[in-house]
Ligand binder design. Structure first.
Ligand code: PLP
Length: 451
């Protein structure tokens, strides 16, 4: 952590931190990039204020352009499970870089990463793409190609990337920018109603609703796609009854697609499905699998994956798929996760201590708070009562959350800038970060109460 000490750590500020360089950059950005950002939630619309521009990142910290070191709970929205700028990952990328950046022809690292992913996740074949969006989009095309059926089922508030047919009652930034949400319709302008009509939506953690839909239309359904632990409505954990209902969809000839883009290698080496005993037909990955470079993947049994072109009739391609730098970053990250056996236990220990600390601090401040936590994923919902469905999450007090978020950021803690996101802990977060976070959280709860 040595390099970070050269920067201001703003642990106990009483006046607002100086952010003039970030503010100036944001003004410039807004002139040439829609909303000033290349992905919506980064713009801080839901929490107010303007986003920090990041100069560099190290371990558990982001260092912004004005020189503030911020304890980072976003981890690039999931990939940075080892912490930022991890030496093993950086060295693997440098080594690959020396050999050229892209070939558009097969390379050995693709084979190595495919072997590693299939071994760790007990999958037979995997195809690499460049984002999570491509992974889910391609897995659904495959499911439609295999079954010859058109309909798909997704769950309310689950997010599977931004392909047209999946922007229906979707989570993540679609919840954050809720002014664009139509009732029961596509979550985005520009999605034809005819596409949206092919996507049926059920409430997450509603086994009866899922069973009823499958009884009615199961024979028309190509696939049921789900987040095995939801991160994109905030964290929602599937009940045993819901998990059983998910397995039952297979009896209707529909494929079960686990979207592990967020949870894969995050909750265990076998993802959320491995942790919770879920068996899907196809799995999608992203985020951690690329170690901070753009990678996604989808995989499953060979009999299904062999429908993919050039082996089979389902077309899917990519100019930069299997890129050597991206493969190197993914390989180094997954090898480190496999080597460091205690990592997942350390992540759980830190994150459950964070959850307990937040509950206690909120209690002392008289702020109603529901913390959902599993492994290194956590959401602090501002409100009363259990949060297991999207409808519960939607009742959270987003104004209180926003005030709390700003209080944290002013004290050097970079939380996810939306009530409807998971935060992520990395292997670089330790005692010092936990203590600073909880002391910032205590001060920020006092602010949220008056919001
Ligand atoms: C992030 C995410 C995606 C989309 O991945 P991108 O790389 O942003 O396209 C899809 N599904 C889930 C569950 C995600 O968390």
């Amino acid at each position: 952590m040595e390099p970070v000490k050269r920067f201001k750590v703003i642990g106990t500020v009483t006046s607002l931190p100086q952010t003039s360089i970030s503010d100036t950059l944001f003004e410039r950005a807004k002139k040439v990039i829609p909303g000033g950002v290349n992905s919506p939630v980064r713009a801080f619309r839901a929490v107010g204020g303007s986003p920090r521009f990041i100069e560099r990142a190290e371990g558990a910290y982001l260092i912004d352009k004005d020189g503030h070191a911020l304890i980072d709970y976003i981890g690039s929205w999931g990939p940075m499970i080892l912490g930022h700028n991890h030496p093993a990952v950086r060295e693997a990328i440098s080594e690959a870089l020396a050999g050229g950046t892209s070939f558009g022809a097969p390379n050995e690292r693709e084979v190595e990463l495919a072997e590693l992913v299939t071994r760790l996740t007990k999958t037979e074949k995997v195809r690499f793409v460049s984002s999570g969006t491509e992974a889910t989009m391609s897995a659904l095309r495959l499911a439609r190609g295999v079954t010859g059926r058109d309909l798909i089922v997704k769950f309310r508030g689950n997010y599977h990337g931004h392909a047209d047919g999946l922007l229906v009652e979707a989570g993540s930034g679609l919840l954050t920018n809720a002014e664009h949400l139509g009732a029961g319709a596509p979550s985005s302008a520009g999605v034809p109603a005819a596409y949206a009509a092919l996507t049926l939506v059920v409430e997450y953690n509603d086994p009866e609703g899922l069973d009823a839909l499958m009884q009615l239309r199961g024979h028309e359904i190509a696939a049921v796609i789900f987040e095995p632990v939801v991160g994109n409505a905030g964290v929602l954990i599937p009940t045993p009854e819901f998990r059983a209902a998910l397995h039952r969809v297979k009896s209707h000839g529909a494929l079960l697609i686990a979207d592990e883009v967020m949870t894969g290698f995050r909750l265990s080496l076998r993802g959320a499905c491995g942790l919770l005993g879920l068996q899907s037909d196809l799995t999608c990955w992203g985020k951690i699998i690329g170690g901070g470079l753009p990678v996604g993947a989808y995989g499953g049994r060979a009999e299904l994956m062999d429908f993919v072109s050039p082996q089979g009739p389902v077309y899917q391609a990519g100019t930069l798929s299997g890129n050597p730098l991206a493969m190197a970053a993914g390989l180094a990250t997954l090898r480190e996760l496999e080597r460091d056996e205690g990592l997942y236990v350390r992540l759980e220990t830190y994150t459950s201590a964070l959850a307990d600390g937040l509950r206690a601090a909120a209690g002392e401040a008289g702020v109603p708070l529901q913390v959902n936590q599993i492994g290194s994923m956590l959401t602090a919902f501002f409100g009363d009562g259990e949060v297991s469905r999207f409808a519960h999450a939607a009742q959270a007090d987003t104004a209180a959350f926003a005030a709390w978020f700003r209080g944290l950021l002013e004290r050097g803690v970079y939380w996810a800038p939306s009530q409807f996101e998971s935060i992520f802990v990395s292997g670089a977060h330790g005692e010092r970060e936990l203590e600073s976070t909880l002391s910032a959280a205590r001060a920020a709860f006092a602010l949220s109460r008056t919001a």
